[in-house]
Design a protein around this ligand. Structure first.
Ligand code: UD1
Ligand code: CA
Length: 451
């Protein structure tokens, strides 16, 4: 069936410059939650109005869009996509601000619709507090009365219209234009189409969380908390150990392997994949990165990086974009990397900056080593070949190459390439002035006694 998502409203109560439906939930814009579900059913289109350009920026290119200049009601919104309705296909209506509707619920809605050959099948819900919603009146024929048009008696009805329906395409085409706006809000109500329907189905959603609408930032925070809990529970049921799910923040797009342990106050975001048997956190943030198996990342930041198997990182390190750590690499504390490749078994255990650097296998980067990659105008590369040993507190002034098996003496400032198998020393030679301190003290004493 075809799917139309209504998303022209502004969402005034968000108090935002941006349209409501682009606000992210677990890293994914609200509307993309709906689109990803919709795509399971067929060709999908969105009706846009407020902030259409912002929304177009976040949705995939294969999604059709229609424009509703003035928000004159839900029927008017559907009219804006009139050409998208196929008379020979069913037509599902969803809302951009009702993001958690599940495929299962929509399948059961479709099934009831198809089986009964209905004109329209409505998804309803039973709520303790039905305020704000259209109420379902089950008389001889089902009707929906909007909250603002409801009498006190009708307002008490707890069965509500979720606003999600499957229509027979032909029925919709033939009747949508007949809807008038003679009601409390002077809006074209899609619900009024029931007047023209003879065969109306209903399905009642079991888990009312699915139809949670989001109108302000308080609701946004609470539904996000709930959906976060569900995502964490799903990961745990798939074999991930999460020590404290209430304090672990994992985006919906993240994949994590079995027997990986995630410690609290950890944020795993964006397009991130983590393998098996890893230890992640506490207090770690990983974004848009690919992590292998048996990797430890403790109290560190990792962004747009690739980490192979058996690597350990942290505590207190920062891997920036374009970092690639190969097998068995050890990155210790207070190490920053950027656009840097580190070969198998190499180590940088303490206090380093490695930028625009290519490091071979079995290299040891001593404490305090800095690649001076920036000359104030341009960035330059550093190459450190296999088995090199960089002494502590060295500055490698790029562009520069340190040869294989060579050693850089501690405290060196290296400005020229070092050949293979060499010892490079780039520092002042030490002088010891013997007895200097004693003589100095005696001089001072004599000077004072002459006063
Ligand atoms: C509608 C239903 C109501 C139902 C409720 C569920 C009608 C007349 N009423 O209420 O029975 O209980 O949804 O949430 O349909 N939109 C547009 N263009 C418009 C108007 C709305 O795109 O001109 C979009 C909004 O952006 C939103 C959705 O449609 O995503 C629902 O609009 P909203 O105003 O929240 O719903 P109501 O009309 O109040
Ligand atoms: Ca509403």
């Amino acid at each position: 069936m075809r799917v139309l998502i209504l998303a022209a409203g502004l969402g005034k109560r968000m108090k935002s410059k941006y349209p409501k439906v682009i606000h992210p939930i677990l890293g994914k814009p609200m509307i993309n939650w709906v689109i990803d579900t919709a795509k399971n059913f067929g060709e999908t289109a969105v009706v846009l109005g407020h902030g259409a350009e912002y929304i177009k920026d976040v949705i995939q290119d294969d999604i059709k869009t229609f424009y509703q200049e003035k928000q004159l009601g839900t029927a008017h919104a559907v009219m804006c996509a009139y050409d998208f309705i196929d008379p020979d296909d069913n037509f599902l209506i969803l809302y951009g601000d009702v993001p958690f509707i599940t495929i299962e619920t929509l399948k059961s809605l479709e099934k009831t619709h198809v089986k009964g050959n209905k004109d329209v099948t409505i998804l309803t819900a039973i709520l303790d507090n039905p305020r704000g919603y259209g109420r379902i009146l089950r008389g001889e024929k089902i009707r929906i009365v909007e909250d603002k048009d409801a009498t006190d008696e009708i307002a008490k009805i707890r069965e509500i219209n979720t606003g999600i329906y499957v229509f027979n395409g032909r029925f919709l085409i033939e009747n949508i234009k007949k809807i008038k706006n003679n009601n409390a809000q002077k809006e074209y109500y899609l619900t009024d189409i029931l007047l023209f329907a003879n065969n109306i189905g209903t399905v009642t959603v079991e888990d009312t969380f699915e139809i949670s609408g989001i109108n302000n930032r308080v609701q946004l925070a609470y539904v996000e908390k709930e959906i976060r809990k569900r995502i964490n529970e799903k990961l745990m049921l798939e074999g991930v150990r999460i020590i404290d799910p209430e304090n672990t923040y994992i985006d919906v797009s993240v994949k994590i392997g079995k027997d990986t342990v995630v410690y609290p106050m950890t944020f795993i975001e964006g397009d991130t994949t983590i393998g098996e048997d890893c230890v992640i956190g506490p207090m770690t943030r990983i974004k848009d990165s690919t992590i292998g198996n048996n990797v430890k990342i403790i109290r560190s930041e990792v962004e747009k990086s690739v980490i192979d198997n058996n690597v350990s990182v942290g505590p207190f390190s920062r891997l920036r974009e374009g970092t690639h750590l190969s097998l068995n690499v050890k990155i210790g504390n207070f190490v920053e990397t950027k656009k840097t490749f580190v070969g198998n078994n190499s180590k940088a255990q303490h206090l380093s900056y490695l930028g625009d650097t290519t490091i071979g296998n079995n290299v040891n980067i001593g404490a305090g080593t800095i690649t001076c990659n920036y000359d104030g105008r341009k960035k330059h590369p550093t190459f450190i070949a296999d088995n090199a040993f960089i002494g502590s507190n060295s500055s490698l002034v790029a562009p520069v190459r340190i040869g294989a098996n060579s050693i850089v003496g501690a405290g060196s400032v290296i400005t020229r390439d070092v050949p293979d198998n060499a010892l490079a020393l780039g520092r002042a030679r030490q002088i010891n002035k013997e007895g200097w301190v004693k003589h100095k003290r005696e001089d001072n004493k004599n000077a004072n006694s002459e006063k």
